[in-house]
Design a protein. Structure first.
Length: 157
């Protein structure tokens, strides 16, 4: 379901409550580097990018908080490392990443009295279908892939 719209976020939480009667945890992880930049973008595209990459974090948490209070649950915010340093063509995406950390800190303070933990996870590159689609756009896709893979810790196997 498209989580950019607030009503869709509400529609996701309601069936979970109807089915399970509680929410133990909320994981906010959706987003896309949509390449909406300043020079070749528009104000409306920037707003849409914020909806795709930031506002649903708020909406999903908002609709989950009453249920998290009962469960003394937790919220986990995923905010990818590479969102902080982009190529100059991703204004909305890049703006959303520090905002996610700011909301994480603010919510951790605000929800502490209810026993709700709020934390962020900041992974490096993650090989998603979207990332695989973007690899050919790099000057040297093979070298980019090697540099990403080189940063993945080995399990020793």
């Amino acid at each position: 379901m498209d989580v950019a719209a607030s009503e869709n976020c509400k529609a996701i939480v309601q069936p979970a409550i109807a089915t399970f009667d509680h929410v133990d945890a909320r994981v906010n992880n959706a987003g896309i580097n949509d390449r909406e930049g300043l020079e070749h973008g528009s104000a409306q595209e920037f707003i849409c990018s914020l909806e795709r990459n930031l506002l649903h974090y708020y909406n999903m948490a908002y609709y989950s908080v009453p249920h998290l209070k009962r469960a003394r649950g937790s919220i986990c915010q995923c905010r990818f490392k590479n969102g902080a340093h982009q190529s100059g063509r991703t204004s909305g995406y890049v703006a959303s990443k520090p905002a996610i950390l700011g909301m994480t800190h603010e919510w951790a303070t605000a929800l502490l009295p209810y026993g709700i933990r709020v934390n962020a996870v900041v992974p490096a590159e993650v090989m998603t279908p979207h990332y695989q689609e973007r690899l050919p756009s790099f000057a040297s896709p093979e070298e980019k892939l090697k540099s990403v893979v080189a940063k993945i810790p080995s399990t020793g196997e």
